[in-house]
Design a protein around this ligand. Sequence first.
Ligand SMILES: [Ca+2]
Ligand SMILES: [Ca+2]
Ligand SMILES: [Ca+2]
Length: 226
Amino acid sequence: MKRFGLKSLMNSLLIGLFLLGGIATAHGATDLTVTVPAGAVEGDGLLAAAGTVTCSEAPLADLTVELSSDDVSEILVPATVTIAAGQVSAAFDLTIIEDTEIDETQTVTINASVTGWISGRDTINVQDNEPKNLIVVIPATATEGGSVLSNAGTVSSSGTLVSDLVVDLMSSDTSEVTVPATVTICSGRREFYSLLDILTDDPQQSKRCLEADLASPDFQERKNRS
Ligand SMILES: [Ca+2]
Ligand SMILES: [Ca+2]
Ligand SMILES: [Ca+2]
């Protein structure tokens, strides 16, 4: 019986590795790469063919690549893109969503995948375009008399909030008009109705009126309802 020597065994292994390499090459590429712009601004809308998916070797047949965005409230991509046989890449559209939230810059990951392949991904920063303005609206005139004008003042933000915002309020003449020290605009909202206290010119009377109003159950009820 003929025995394999060490040299024959090594040759056999090398031949085997060579054949495996040939099979892997013939099977096609296994890596996907995604490229998207580094940044965009809310409201940019359709960025036609702004994204690219690339495979490391051209597929022998048309290749369907699944795409996804990890934050569809910021960016949409097509569900799939096809890399044609013999090509190594394909372009796809990005749609930049407009929202009304004051949400700062959001980083979104675009992922490309094919079953059994190594997925590719890239990130894009979507800049917020909401200004950070506070709008205060109060009656143009009022009559002194120590009364509380329920929900007479409004504090609004220029966009929907993603977290509660405490706003400091101040009257330039507290002998005439007082306001709460703060109001909180809750997340998901843009405005808060506040109380506006119209005082008399008599400091003592003003103080009594204000204390009475602040201590009353009606004040708390109105505050909670606002
Ligand atoms: Ca916006
Ligand atoms: Ca926004
Ligand atoms: Ca946004």
